[in-house]
Write a protein that binds this ligand. Structure first.
Ligand SMILES: C[S@@+](CC[C@H](N)C(=O)[O-])C[C@H]1O[C@@H](n2cnc3c(N)ncnc32)[C@H](O)[C@@H]1O
Length: 450
C-alpha cells in the first residue's frame, strides 16, 4: 500500500555529529611528535612515568593544552559529544601524562566546565589569537617556528586575558608554570615575556588588530582576523549576505552553543521524567517552545553525560533536527525511507514516533556510522522498527529501487550552519569541498526521488 502514496522527499541540511576518531599522533604532525618526546625526555624515565603527579600546575590548563593538541594534530573532535563523555576521566589524564610527562589531580565539575570553555573558545578564536601572538613576538620567524605545545599554552593565556578578561597576572603565572614544567624553563620565560607584553597593550587599549579598510579583499582579511574565520568564508558570506549580516553570523558562530535533549519516549521516558533528572543534577534547562519531547540546555551537558542520561533515557538532538521529523510526521504503521541515515538522529526519532508499528529503512554508505545507528536503536528500544541498509543510495536507486510514501534525504552538508557547536569545523573546511558537496547533493536528490 505504501508505494501507492504520493512520493514526498524531505531534504534536510542538518549536520549531525560524526563519531569520535582515534588519536593519530604520528602521521599528522612531526612537530607534535617532537614536542611530545621533548617533554618526555626531560621529565620522564620509563620506570616512574605512569605515576608522576604534579599538584602545582592548574589541572584545567594542562588538560586544555593537551586537548587542543589532540584536536589540532591528533584528529580528535572539539565538542563534548564526540568525546562520548570520556574526556573527563582517566582517558583524558592518560593523554595528559603521555604528552606532558605528568598527571594532574583529577578534574572536578568546575575544572571540566573551564576546560570546555577554554578549549572551545581557543579553537574558535584561533586566527585572532595567532594574529595577536604573532604581532607580539620578536619576529615572524619566532612565531612560525614555535613548538606546538608552547603555542597552545600561549593561545590559552591570550584567550583568558583578552576574551575571558581573567585577572591577567594570575593567568601569566599559571601559564608560565605550565610551560616550565611541561616543556622547560626557557619556554616559561618566553611565555612570561609575551603574555606580559599582551597585558601591557591591553591595559593601554592598543591591541595590535587590523583595521577594516582598503579594497574588498583587504577588508575580508581584516574581518577574518577580527572575527576569527577563514578568509574564504568571510568573502562568501559578505558576497551573499552583505558585510553587516556576515558579521552577525560570525558573532553567532563565536557564541557559546546551546544543546537540546530529546526524552526517549520509546523507552517510556516522558519529558517530565527528563526534567526531574535535570533538576536533580542541577542542570539549568528550558522546555522547548516547539517540540513536546525536547528540553534546552545551555550549560551542564558534561553532567548529563557523566550521569549516564544519554544511555537510553534521552538523546542530544537539535530542535532543528526534531522539526525535520515533525515535517515528515511519522505515524504508527508507516514505512519510511531515510536515505542518508547515519548516525541516526532523525531515524531514531522517527522510529520512536512509530510506537512499535511500521518501519524506518535506514540507508547509509558508511558502515561504521550505520553500526552506531544500530547500537543506538537497541539502546533506545526502537530496533524492532529500524531496518539498516548499507548501500550507496545512487547504486541502490538504480539497481533495486525502493518505494515508500515518505522519503527523507538528509544529504551530507558543509556544516557551516553549526559552527558554534563544532568549534573546529571552520578550520577543516575548504572552498573546493563546497563544489564537490553540491554535486553529491544533486546526485543524491535524483536518487532519492527515483
Ligand atoms: C548529514 S549526515 C546524515 C545525518 C543523519 N540523517 C542523522 O540525522 O543522524 C549525511 C550522511 O550521508 C551519508 N552518505 C554520504 N554519501 C552517501 C551515499 N552516496 N549513499 C548513502 N549515504 C551517503 C554519510 O555517510 C552520512 O552519514
Amino acid at each position: 500500500m505504501a508505494h501507492l502514496l504520493p512520493l514526498r522527499v524531505f531534504l534536510s541540511s542538518q549536520t549531525q555529529e560524526t563519531p569520535s576518531k582515534p588519536l593519530k599522533l604520528s602521521k599528522r604532525s612531526n612537530n607534535y611528535k617532537t614536542s611530545i618526546s621533548t617533554a618526555k625526555k626531560g621529565l620522564l624515565s620509563p620506570s616512574h612515568k605512569m605515576h608522576k603527579l604534579n599538584l602545582e600546575v592548574s589541572p584545567h590548563r594542562a588538560v586544555s593544552a593537551v586537548r587542543l593538541m589532540r584536536i589540532e594534530f591528533g584528529g580528535a573532535f572539539a565538542d563534548l559529544l564526540n568525546e562520548k563523555g570520556k574526556g573527563s576521566g582517566d582517558n583524558e589524564m592518560g593523554y595528559v601524562e603521555r604528552t606532558l610527562g605528568f598527571r594532574t589531580r583529577d578534574l572536578d565539575d568546575r575544572d571540566l566546565r573551564l576546560v570546555t570553555d577554554i578549549v572551545g573558545g581557543t579553537i574558535r578564536w584561533r586566527r585572532y589569537l595567532d594574529h595577536l601572538i604573532g604581532s607580539l613576538c620578536h619576529d615572524e620567524n619566532m612565531f612560525r617556528s614555535m613548538e606546538p605545545l608552547l603555542l597552545q599554552i600561549l593561545r590559552i593565556g591570550f584567550y583568558e586575558i583578552v576574551k575571558l578578561n581573567m585577572p591577567p597576572y594570575a593567568v601569566v603565572d599559571e601559564n608560565v608554570k605550565l610551560a616550565k614544567v611541561a616543556l622547560r624553563p626557557g619556554a616559561g620565560n618566553m611565555v612570561n615575556g609575551i603574555l606580559r607584553k599582551l597585558v601591557l597593550v591591553k591595559e593601554n587599549n592598543s591591541l595590535p588588530l587590523p583595521k577594516l579598510e582598503g579594497d574588498s579583499r583587504a577588508q575580508a582579511r581584516a574581518l577574518a582576523t577580527l572575527y576569527s574565520h577563514p578568509v574564504w568564508m568571510v568573502r562568501r558570506w559578505t558576497k551573499y549576505l552583505g558585510q553587516e549580516e556576515a558579521i552577525q553570523l560570525m558573532m553567532w558562530n563565536n557564541s557559546d552553543p546551546s544543546f537540546s535533549l530529546r526524552a526517549n519516549t520509546a523507552n517510556g521516558i516522558t519529558r517530565d521524567d527528563l526534567v526531574m533528572q535535570l533538576n536533580s543534577l542541577k542542570v539549568p534547562h528550558e522546555i522547548s517552545l516547539h517540540l513536546d519531547d525536547f528540553v534546552r540546555v545551555k550549560i551542564g551537558l558534561q553532567n548529563v553525560i557523566r550521569a549516564g542520561l544519554l544511555k537510553g533515557l534521552c538523546s542530544v538532538q537539535d530542535e532543528s533536527a526534531g522539526l525535520v521529523v515533525s515535517v515528515v510526521d511519522p505515524q504508527p504503521g508507516e514505512d519510511i525511507i531515510d536515505c542518508c541515515a547515519a548516525p541516526g538522529g532523525k531515524t531514531l526519532y522517527m522510529a520512536s514516533r512509530l510506537r512499535g508499528k511500521g518501519k524506518v529503512h535506514a540507508i547509509d554508505i558508511n558502515k561504521g556510522r550505520l553500526r552506531i545507528l544500530k547500537e543506538t536503536a537497541k539502546l533506545q528500544k526502537v530496533d524492532g522498527v529500524v531496518d539498516t541498509i548499507h548501500a550507496d543510495l545512487r547504486t541502490l536507486a538504480e539497481n533495486s529501487p525502493m518505494k515508500s510514501g515518505k522519503v527523507l534525504l538528509d544529504a551530507p552538508c558543509s556544516g557551516l550552519g553549526v559552527l558554534s557547536k563544532r568549534a573546529d569545523l571552520r578550520w577543516n573546511r575548504r572552498l573546493e569541498d563546497m563544489e564537490q558537496l553540491k554535486n553529491l547533493q544533486d546526485e543524491l536528490l535524483d536518487a532519492a526521488s527515483t
